[in-house]
Design a protein around this ligand. Structure first.
Ligand SMILES: [Zn+2]
Length: 245
């Protein structure tokens, strides 16, 4: 049995509040809140259902529009107001076509890799790639920068392609650790090398505007593989991107 704080303890995977909330000793599951606030990452793959793409984008937009309208209605908002009338549709389109479009493999950037023997063995670094994502625990923005390094194995990738790969995996409900690993894995595949490093520095709106309300903190995640596990190479990469870890 794990003591979490003065009045909460773990009981068979559920948490039991003593004398808190409704005061009748009722058992309820607060692990949902805890998981979100601790931003626990589950798997490396984004959890998707088998039938994820049976509905067309247009059908998804129509459904989400209805559901979002229900949320706004439930909050007591007057949807006959001119300013609010179009919001459910706008949100639905934004979810499917913009901020979550990276869920759909059809939107995955097609890699354009070309031979460049001249750069063989050199470290290539692209830093401060703009990153806009969404926390999967709270559906609030995560925003920051991604830094990518690799050692070309005879193949190099167009710089804009790296941005597109970052953007594709960012445009999903995400956990920062998973996003970092997904970008690194895709680059390894596309570049046909293990020598890839990815660092993400990001701010989480769910940390700054709710919960602990910490406005100054930044979350750093890193994935190093191949030669980047070597301390000297790692230091070289971090010096390029101006970070010391
Ligand atoms: Zn969150």
């Amino acid at each position: 049995m794990t003591k979490l704080n003065g009045h909460t303890e773990l009981l068979n995977g559920k948490y039991h509040h003593n004398g808190n909330g409704n005061g009748n000793g009722h058992y309820y599951d607060i692990s949902i809140d805890l998981m979100g606030d601790e931003h626990v990452a589950g798997s490396i793959e984004t959890p998707m259902r088998e039938d994820a793409f049976e509905l067309s984008d247009d059908a998804k937009i129509a459904k989400i529009e209805q559901h979002f309208e229900q949320i706004m209605q439930t909050l007591g908002l007057d949807l006959t107001d001119d300013s609010l009338r179009g919001t459910p549709r706008r949100v639905a389109k934004m979810y499917v076509k913009e901020i979550f479009k990276g869920l759909n493999p059809a939107n995955k950037p097609v890699p354009s890799v070309f031979d460049n023997k001249f750069r063989y063995g050199q470290m290539l670094v692209e830093k401060s790639i703009n990153l806009n994502s969404t926390c999967e625990h709270h559906f609030l923005p995560i925003f920051g920068k991604a830094h990518v390094g690799y050692v070309a194995n005879g193949a190099v990738i167009g710089l804009s392609k790296i941005n597109r790969i970052v953007d594709y995996f960012a445009r999903r409900p995400q956990v920062q650790e998973r996003l970092t690993v997904q970008i690194a894995n895709e680059l390894k595949k596309v570049l046909n090398t293990d020598d890839v490093a990815v660092v993400i520095e990001a701010k989480h709106m769910c940390v700054s505007c709710r919960g602990i309300q910490d406005e100054s903190s930044t979350t750093l995640t890193a994935e190093y593989s191949g030669i980047f596990k070597n301390e000297k190479r790692k230091e070289e990469f971090l010096a390029y991107i101006g970070l010391k870890i």
